[in-house]
Design a protein around this ligand. Structure first.
Ligand code: ADP
Ligand code: ADP
Ligand code: MG
Length: 469
């Protein structure tokens, strides 16, 4: 029998190459593991919570991400200058950039995440769906790269309308257009292509059959360097607006044990096919009318909504990411994973839901947050925090855990009603209204529900209330 030598790396000091709540979250995991954390901060983040909590701070440049958090060279210089042996990229920014992983390795820094090859394999959706197909994972009927609008028209002729034109390099819900009428093909193709080009520097688009009544269900996986692959169940993220997640829950209220098992197996099959290591998420879309589910994409990083999985499994996913990056085996096996109770996360954004969710940067004048059993708030904000205009508008994640879904909903409503944020507009009230709605309570929410049903009802109710006051 041959033995495979696995390098183990001793991580003593880690650079947090991110900001906001996830930077705070990574620092917490470092604390739990006895690792020192250094915060890389842009100019407006000099006084951030991460900067205050970290064991050291390195300035990496001005506010705009292109001049700071997206600069691989500056982050690597920061890591080396502060004596770090590892880098955690968080989500967004450089977390899914293979060139950054290679640059870390060249500088002898451990990158907390998968190999550059795995990131590349999954980074472009056109190749990712092909790999999924090869691994036997069902995909939405889809096209190859579309050369022009005519190719989109042909694809629509084949699978029928509606279709969805998607950016191959896409993320964060950008670069997608639904085509419901052939007269729109040209304009939608142009819009998706130019958004893809400006947002991701890559104009490649492809098309999929658009599932009208869809649920978004994703599987969290973890894999190590020793060939262990484990899935940690699913999260349902169907409460979305413009393809962006607003509320997530675990487990999904709408799948059976059999579907969970099949999705989990597919996710692991795909991960194995690219020799995946670390934390990853395999996303699926489920057709509410037929119950069929299809692969969407794989995110090769920690996700925003990872805490709900932590709540129902008891696993610290960020600490586990770091352990795996050190070359250690997973601290659990598949049979250890049991989903207990129900967890919900609401993303609190500095946005005004009454004005089309326009971002509302500014200064938080009042911040009061409740504290009770089964409540976790992941945030970098407090009274006096400045929310700069340069970044994502996420200011807090309110996460609750209880014995079942309806108790978790009640607990979330209690948490949101006790959360007091003043000085800028947030989505907290919006979440309260969603959680109080019958459709949400009875889990009848598909990905279009917020836009097609909820928002207009909510606005009408508010107008009526204002008129009577
Ligand atoms: P999650 O599934 O983790 O919720 P999201 O798609 O909401 O992932 O993205 C998480 C964060 O990463 C958001 O801040 C989003 O704007 C950012 N993001 C996602 N994909 C990309 C990308 N390709 N380029 C830049 N930022 C991205
Ligand atoms: P991103 O990288 O931006 O997260 P995804 O491919 O994961 O892109 O899609 C984001 C969201 O768009 C999904 O959660 C789902 O709501 C919707 N979506 C994507 N593809 C389809 C499809 N073929 N049919 C219906 N909805 C889709
Ligand atoms: Mg996605």
């Amino acid at each position: 029998m041959s033995t495979v030598a696995i390098a183990t790396h001793d991580i003593r000091r880690l650079l947090v190459a991110n900001r906001g709540e996830i930077a705070v979250r990574i620092i917490r995991a470092c604390r739990a593991l006895g690792i020192e954390a250094i915060a890389a901060v842009s100019e407006p983040d000099r006084e951030s919570a991460a900067a205050r909590m970290a064991d050291g701070v390195v300035h990496i440049g001005p506010g705009p991400a292109a001049e700071s958090y997206l600069r691989a060279d500056k982050l690597i210089a920061a890591a080396l200058e502060s004596g770090c042996d590892a880098v955690h990229p968080g989500y967004g920014f450089l977390s899914e950039r293979a060139h950054f992983v290679r640059a870390c390795r060249a500088a002898n820094l451990v990158f907390v995440g998968p190999s550059p090859e795995a990131i590349e394999a999954m980074g472009e959706k056109i190749t990712a769906v092909q790999l999924a197909e090869k691994a036997g994972v069902p995909r939405v009927p889809g096209s190859a790269e579309l050369e022009n609008a005519e190719a989109a028209r042909e694809f629509a002729g084949k699978v029928g309308l509606p279709i969805l034109i998607k950016a191959s390099a896409g993320g964060g819900g950008r670069g997608m257009r639904v085509v419901r009428d052939l007269a729109q093909v040209e304009a939608s193709f142009e819009a998706a292509t130019s958004e893809a080009k400006s947002a991701f520097g890559d104009a490649a688009v492809y098309a999929e059959k658009y599932i009208e009544r869809a649920r978004h269900i994703e599987i969290q996986i973890m894999a190590d360097a020793h060939g262990n692959f484990v899935h940690l169940g699913e999260r349902e993220c169907s409460t979305q607006r413009r393809y962006q997640k607003l509320i997530e829950e675990a487990p999904s209220p709408s799948i059976t044990e059999d579907v969970r098992h099949r999705m989990g197996s597919y996710a692991l099959e795909l991960a194995r096919s690219v020799s995946y290591q670390g934390a990853g998420t395999v996303e699926f879309v489920m057709d509410e009318d037929t119950g069929a589910f299809y692969f969407l994409e794989m995110n090769t990083r920690i996700q925003v909504e990872h805490p709900i999985t932590e709540m129902v499994t008891g696993v610290d996913l960020v600490a586990e990411q770091i352990r795996v990056a050190c070359g250690l085996p997973l601290s659990f096996s598949q049979s250890d994973i049991e989903l207990k109770g129900h967890a919900i996360e609401c993303r609190i954004n500095a946005e005004n839901p009454l004005k089309g969710f326009v971002p509302s940067p500014g200064v938080i004048s009042v911040w009061e947050q409740p504290e009770f059993e089964g409540l976790r708030i992941d945030t970098h904000c407090s009274a006096g925090s400045k929310i700069p205009p340069f970044y994502d508008s996420l200011i807090a994640k309110v996460i609750v855990h209880d014995l079942d879904r309806s108790l978790a909903i009640e607990k979330m409503l209690r948490a949101l009603s006790q959360l007091k944020i003043e000085g800028l507009a947030t989505t907290a009230d919006f979440h309260q209204a969603v959680l109080s709605h019958d459709d949400f309570r009875s889990a009848r929410v598909t990905t279009r529900w917020v836009e097609d049903a909820f928002i207009s009802q909510w606005n009408a109710a508010r107008k009526k209330k204002d008129a009577t006051q």
